[in-house]
Design a protein around this ligand. Structure first.
Ligand code: FAD
Length: 401
């Protein structure tokens, strides 16, 4: 339907569910809704989802979550990722992860974590010899041991975000409108910047770091702010597989899972005294590998008003300095550099708001959006279909689970 016609008739095609944003969160909602029989429309401002979701490590990382928090959502998400990958033909690997310890205070945190949570998480402390059986990439020099977790999974985000729309179009007749900026949502209608309109019984807004454009007040009240991360990718490593995702002691400062360890403040104090520049740029280091052999390396964290559009060479040097301490690669040639933004809330682990009837905002998944996306999508769709009025409104085809 052309824009003029759409304007004249006060709205074009009718959908059960419209989704704003074709990042991984929008795609997860689209898949879970389409599987339940809903007629779904996805609107994306770019020619493809090119936000945080294609810029990440591709780590599905349940070990970063807490049991009292989002670990079960992460594990559910992990299962759904495996299902989606199999159905959509996306390469996926149950690679697991290693937190490598080189300092006594890092090992102390890992020992405490293992004693308190090891059984529930299915993790294990392993010796340097065992580490080398899992990865050839761990640096021998000063390695005390590692925390092994088998839950982590690897996908190439660039492949996944491109493959899911085709899978949804072919398998479920989901309608995608790319290069379409939504400027208004309400009263069962969506309007694009070029005047086209659509009708939907419900709309889910997954606008990621662009949260200031639709429902800015609701997003602001939910405590959302942006975080910028710098990333690197090496040349293809020839015949060298790092195996599991790799992280070091600095990462223990970053994820919720380790926050309750009494040994953590000593580690944080030591890092702050020895290497304050790492705190200044929010640096901790991790590595994952693509199927083609490139190793994705990162990252740094700049929040809110600190964010500048310019990437800092110093941040890159510091990340590489810290990475050299924990891993060895045959080829450290950096072939790609980029940055990404994700939205995070200082009030909630995930932002789910209803700014008006018929509209749900889902955002603020922070640095764990790849991990949590499928589980969150499942939960939100279940909730919408479980809501008596809405569930009935969304149509008879949908099965309430
Ligand atoms: C560098 C980096 C590394 C990360 N590593 C990991 C990792 O390894 N594991 C992990 O679990 N998480 C990781 N994350 C976090 C994860 O990538 C994000 O949480 C997740 O991608 C957020 O998904 P999203 O769909 O909300 O956002 P996005 O992917 O940013 O998608 C939002 C989409 O909405 C579109 N949009 C916005 N407004 C409109 C509008 N008005 N009209 C139409 N379209 C609109 C945008 O164009 C965009 O495509 C990382 C993040 C970054 C930046």
């Amino acid at each position: 339907m052309n824009a003029e016609l759409s304007r004249q008739n006060g709205g074009g095609e009718q959908y059960d569910l419209a989704i704003v944003g074709a990042g991984i969160l929008g795609l997860a909602h689209a898949w879970r809704a389409a599987e339940r029989g809903l007629r779904v429309l996805v609107l994306e401002r770019r020619s493809f989802g090119s936000g945080a979701s294609i810029r990440n490590f591709g780590m599905i990382w349940p070990v970063g979550q807490t049991q009292a928090g989002l670990w079960s959502t992460a594990m559910q998400s992990r299962g759904l990722w495996l299902e989606l990958a199999q159905k959509a033909g996306i390469p996926i690997h149950e690679c697991g992860s290693l937190h490598l310890a080189f300092r006594d205070d890092e090992w102390a945190v890992l020992e405490e974590f293992q004693a308190k949570q090891g059984e529930a998480f299915g993790t294990a402390l392993i010796s340097p010899g065992q580490v080398h059986k899992k990865t050839p990439a761990a640096n021998d020099d000063g390695l005390i041991g590692a925390l092994w977790s088998g839950s982590e999974v690897r996908v190439n985000p660039r492949v996944a975000v491109a493959a899911v729309p085709s899978f949804l179009i072919d398998g479920f007749d989901v309608k995608f409108e790319f290069s379409t900026t939504v400027i208004r949502v309400g009263d069962g209608q969506l309007e694009a910047a070029d005047g086209r309109r659509w009708r939907a019984k419900h709309t889910i807004v997954c606008s990621g770091a662009d949260f200031a454009n639709l429902f800015p007040q609701t997003h602001r009240q939910a405590g959302l702010y942006n975080c910028k991360l710098q990333m690197l990718r090496t040349a293809q490593q020839t015949k060298f597989q790092i195996g599991p995702h790799l992280a070091g002691g600095l990462t223990l400062r970053h994820y919720e899972a380790f926050r309750s360890c009494e040994a953590l403040p000593a580690l944080c104090d030591r890092v702050a005294k020895e290497t304050p520049e790492l705190d200044q740029y929010g640096i901790h280091v991790m590595a994952s590998q693509t199927d083609e052999g490139e190793v994705v390396l990162g990252d740094s964290h700049h929040y809110g008003d600190e964010i500048e559009p310019f990437d800092l060479a110093e941040v890159e040097s510091l990340m590489l300095r810290e990475l050299h301490k924990i891993i060895r690669l045959p080829d450290w040639t950096i072939q790609q550099r980029w940055h990404g933004y994700y939205a995070k809330s200082d009030k909630k682990p995930i932002v789910m708001e209803q700014p008006q009837p018929g509209v749900t905002i889902v955002n603020g998944v922070g640095g764990a959006g790849m991990t949590l996306s499928m589980g969150v999508g499942e939960e939100v769709i279940n909730r919408l279909l479980g809501d008596k009025t809405l569930g009935a409104k969304l149509g008879e085809m949908a099965s309430v689970g």
